[in-house]
Design a protein around this ligand. Structure first.
Ligand code: UTP
Length: 291
C-alpha cells in the first residue's frame, strides 16, 4: 500500500536576485499577487492536496514569512473592536492553514541542499516539494493532481509541462516515454538540465512541483557539490532513478513564473482580472489604457 502524503517542503531560502531591488530586504516569497503573498498560494495548494504539515526552509532576512503565518493578536483585537469581521476572518485564517515548521538553510547552496535541510522533519515518508515562485492556476490544485498520480504509482512524481520551441533550454528536461492508459504520466528515463533546444530529448519541462520518496535524502547527502558549492535537486533525482521508478506528470492548469519580473506582472494581471471585487473595474481601466 502506498503511504499517505502528509508533509510539504517549501524551499524559500534563495536570494531572489532576479527581483532586485525588491528582494534586498524582503523575501521574494512574500511578494503579493494582488493581495496574497506567493508562499501562501503554495501553502494553500499543499493543504488542498491533503498536507497537514508544512516545512518552510528559510534563511537570513526571511522572518516576515514566520510572522505572516503566525497569529497577530494586536491586529486581531483592533479589527474585532472595530467590528471588521470579514478582515478579521482573513487575518485569522492564514494562521490556521496548517501546522508550519521552519528550518534554516545557513547558506543558499542550491535547491538540493535546501531540500536536504528538511531531512529530519520529513523523516522516512514520501513528501511534496513546492517552489513558491511557481504559481499554478488550476481547477484541481496541481499538487492534488500529483498526489492522485502518486497514489496510482507509489513512485516519485515530477510536475511537468510541455513548452514550445527554444524555451526548453531554460528548464530541466525529461527524457521520458508515455505510459499506456494514463495520458498525463510519463516514465522518466533520464533528465537533462537546460539542454540546447536542438539536443533536448523532449519538450517536457520540469516545473517547481515534486513528490519524492525519502531515499532522496541519502542520495543528496552523497552528491558532490557542483559549481559554487551548490547541490542540485535534479542530480539527486537522477541518482534516485538508479533505484526506483520516477514519473513525470503533465498537470492540468496554467503556471506562472512569479519569481521573474515579467512572469510576475502577467500573473498579477490574470489574477486581478479573475477577482470578483477587482476584475470588472480593472478590465475597464486596462481597456482605456493607452498602449
Ligand atoms: P530560484 O532559483 O527560483 O530562486 O529557486 P532564487 O535563487 O531565490 O532566485 P534568483 O534566481 O536568484 O532570482 C527556486 C526556489 O528554491 C529556493 C528559492 O528560495 C526559491 O523559492 N532556494 C534556492 C533555496 O531555498 N535555497 C537555495 O539555495 C536556492
Amino acid at each position: 500500500m502506498t503511504q499517505t502524503i502528509r508533509k510539504a517542503v517549501f524551499p524559500a531560502a534563495g536570494m531572489g536576485t532576479r527581483f532586485l531591488p525588491a528582494t534586498k530586504a524582503t523575501p521574494k516569497e512574500m511578494l503579493p499577487l494582488v493581495d496574497k503573498p506567493l508562499i501562501q498560494y503554495g501553502v494553500e495548494e499543499a493543504v488542498a492536496a491533503g498536507c497537514t504539515e508544512i516545512i518552510i526552509v528559510t534563511g537570513r532576512g526571511k522572518g516576515t514569512m514566520e510572522d505572516h503565518f503566525d497569529r497577530a493578536p494586536e491586529l486581531e483585537a483592533s479589527l474585532e473592536k472595530r467590528g471588521k469581521t470579514a478582515l478579521l476572518e482573513i487575518a485569522q485564517s492564514v494562521s490556521k492553514l496548517a501546522k508550519i515548521t521552519y528550518v534554516r538553510q545557513p547558506e543558499a547552496l542550491g535547491l538540493g541542499h535546501a531540500v536536504l535541510m528538511a531531512k529530519e522533519l520529513v523523516g522516512d515518508e514520501p513528501f511534496c516539494v513546492l517552489l513558491p515562485d511557481d504559481i499554478v492556476d488550476a481547477t484541481v490544485p496541481c499538487m492534488k493532481q500529483m498526489v492522485e498520480a502518486f497514489n496510482r504509482t507509489g513512485s516519485s512524481i515530477l510536475g511537468s509541462e510541455v513548452v514550445e520551441g527554444e524555451a526548453i533550454s531554460q528548464y530541466g528536461c525529461l527524457d521520458c516515454a508515455p505510459v499506456e492508459g494514463d495520458e498525463r504520466l510519463l516514465k522518466v528515463r533520464d533528465m537533462v538540465e537546460k539542454p540546447k533546444a536542438s539536443e533536448a530529448p523532449s519538450q517536457n519541462a520540469i516545473i517547481g512541483r515534486y513528490i519524492l520518496t525519502p531515499r532522496i535524502f541519502s542520495l543528496l547527502e552523497q552528491l558532490t557539490p557542483g559549481a559554487g558549492g551548490e547541490l542540485q535537486l535534479t542530480d539527486g533525482i537522477k541518482a534516485l532513478l538508479q533505484y526506483e521508478s520516477v514519473y513525470g506528470f503533465t498537470y492540468e492548469g496554467k503556471r506562472h513564473d512569479a519569481g521573474d519580473k515579467l512572469g510576475f506582472l502577467k500573473a498579477t494581471v490574470e489574477f486581478a482580472l479573475k477577482r470578483d471585487d477587482l476584475g470588472p473595474k480593472f478590465r475597464e481601466w486596462l481597456k482605456s489604457f493607452p498602449l
